[in-house]
Design a protein around this ligand. Structure first.
Ligand SMILES: [Zn+2]
Length: 101
């Protein structure tokens, strides 16, 4: 936690504050989402995204959630693929026909 200068009124405020306590201007540093590069890293290595989420959830919720979503996305895609394969296989088995495509 550090003190930064408000971009609107120039007074000092915490970098973890959502808005300036003096003028009410939003703290852009805190409201920034994750960069595309970081999302790609999270996408490729989900564990990093989850760690970033755990560290930043209280201080930078938007940033943390963006990383978490990017991390979970490949897992959801993988789950859908597995579900699709499983469903297809089940249909073949229930038909009692051993078909090789
Ligand atoms: Zn201010």
């Amino acid at each position: 936690m550090a003190l930064i200068n408000c971009k609107e009124c120039g007074k000092q405020m915490s970098d973890t504050a959502i808005s300036c306590p003096n003028c009410g201007a939003k703290n852009k540093n805190n409201n920034e989402g994750a960069t595309t590069g970081l999302k790609v890293i999270c996408f490729l290595i989900p564990l990093i995204g989850i760690i970033i989420f755990a560290i930043n959830i209280t201080t930078r919720p938007k940033y943390a959630k963006a990383c978490l979503i990017a991390s979970i996305l490949p897992t959801i895609i993988l789950a859908l693929i597995v579900l699709f394969i499983y469903t297809s296989t089940s249909v073949i088995v229930s038909d009692g026909i051993f078909t090789q495509y």
